[in-house]
Design a protein around this ligand. Sequence first.
Ligand code: URP
Ligand code: ZN
Ligand code: ZN
Length: 472
Amino acid sequence: MILIKNGKVISAEKSVMADVLIDGEKVKAVGPGLDHVGAEIIDVGGKLVMPGGIDPHTHLDLPMFGTVSSDDHYTGHKAAAFGGTTTVMDFVPLDKELGLIGSVNKWRHKADEKAAIDFSFHMNITHLDDQISAEIPKLLDEGITTLKVFSAYNDRLRLDDGEIYKVLRQAKELGMLVMLHAENGDIIETMVSEALSAGHTDPIWHAKTRPGWGAVEAVLRGTAIAAQAEAPLYIVHMNTGGGADMLKYAREKGILAMGETCPQYLFFTEDEYLREDSSKWVCSPPMRGKSDNERLWQALENDEIQVFSTDHCPFFYDGTKSISYEGEDIAIPGKELGDGDFTKIPNGLPGVGDRMIMLWTYGVGTGRISENQFVALTSTNAARIFGLHPDKGEIRVGADADILIWDPERELDYGIEYSHQRTDHNLYEGMKVRGFPEKVFLRGRLLVDGDDWKGARGSGKFLKRKRGVEFI
Ligand code: URP
Ligand code: ZN
Ligand code: ZN
């Protein structure tokens, strides 16, 4: 048994001074003045005790443009844990030859032996026919209750509106949740081919050919299709202020729409695409303007956006040069693959380890959000929406002992020295942070102790999630 003494225990609703008793993998008791003979005592002296973070949007070991995202299901999990996150959810690409269950098995095969924290999957529905529709219910047996669809990436990942409607309708019948990548594929394809024909190949054209209005319109369109299917919908990686406005509008009309945004859309703008190292910021959807940053912050403050995820999908900036990772030299082709052609730059950014640290300093530390909103946005809401609550997302009796001890006073200049993402850069390099994970427990087991890694490959568990969508 482990007894965490003298902590300030934070939930999505309240903060209380309390002790937490852990018995094996579970929380046994929470309350003031707890005692247990023989328990290992950890006195945290007033530091904060929060549920382990849940990041419902990562892409680990994802093949893209002739390479793979540079964190796999071990290194990405380790980086997550160092940043206070104990559960991640990854997206299974659809392999048409294998079908849905075959694709899931393939992804499990990659992940299971490596997993260092608990994890779950969403299924990408990037093609729809009778066979796929017939297989969707079988995902429930695998514990997969969420389907991602795309309104962009024509001829690759996109479904048309009628197909999105069909997926939403089926998901509703089955108690599943559809997640939407909301951009306008037709306009993007047109603009990209016109840009290339005109010889525009610089990274700024990645942003110019994926206009913000396309995302705004696609959020509204997605929620309107959800209304017609009478189904809930979750919009992923929201990048525009207008998208937040559309989500608010839909929710006010009674549509069961929810959304997430990610650190990159709060901290960076299109100006990053003019930097010398601009390819580091190439992701889809791209960063927009300062007013978008501001509106997205406001949406978090006002509980208009429910989840703070990352879309963690890291690539090396220069994959021709190796870095040292756990004592080994490693180089993975990355952003340099797109030198001279923005359409070939692997899309995606690191962030799984940065997420909670950045939101704490610049959200809680500035008074924009409360510590309770922080817990809701980084853990509890995702647990509820994605069917993991009450086992995860809250420190309560009977829950998994996924516990984060947070030192609100620790100050440092953040960057690659502190983040454990397996890549050669950190987007927040040099930014001051105040508030940092001190200890991280996964189901009662210490994974991170200060700067020390205590976790192991294979100790993370695949989480079969329950069906039924909790609307927040
Ligand atoms: O650029 C990104 N976000 N890559 C990951 C794929 C996606 O659409 O989420
Ligand atoms: Zn996406
Ligand atoms: Zn993504």
